[in-house]
Ligand binder design. Structure first.
Ligand code: SF4
Ligand code: SF4
Length: 90
């Protein structure tokens, strides 16, 4: 039998940061392919990715974590040197 709202834990029933356990990028229809040799490390894509799946380290942009990318295409649209191309998922 389902709990009533009065019996539920405060703050919901899931633990914090549980989204990291689920690879939420599996249903995208397009994926970003980045030519890191052309990247100028401006970090515009890093700070604008809504999924926070473009990592950086020591001032260098790293490759996209496709396990969490949703394929929205924002990074490709805003990259000033156009080194990100969206490719259809197979
Ligand atoms: S396509 Fe969207 S979700 Fe994927 S890396 Fe680019 S901005 Fe982030
Ligand atoms: S927006 Fe383009 S140039 Fe800037 S860090 Fe991202 S991939 Fe590199």
């Amino acid at each position: 039998m389902k709990k009533s709202w009065k019996e539920m834990d405060i703050g919901g029933l899931t633990e914090a940061a549980s989204s990291l356990k689920f690879k939420t990028g599996s249903w995208k229809s397009f994926k970003p392919i980045t030519d890191l040799k052309k990247c100028i490390n401006c970090m515009i894509c890093v700070v604008n990715c809504p999924e926070d799946c473009i990592p950086s380290k020591d001032g260098k942009r790293k490759d996209t974590d496709l396990d969490f990318c949703k394929g929205c295409g924002i990074c490709a649209k805003i990259c000033p040197v156009k080194c990100i191309k969206m490719e259809e998922e197979q």
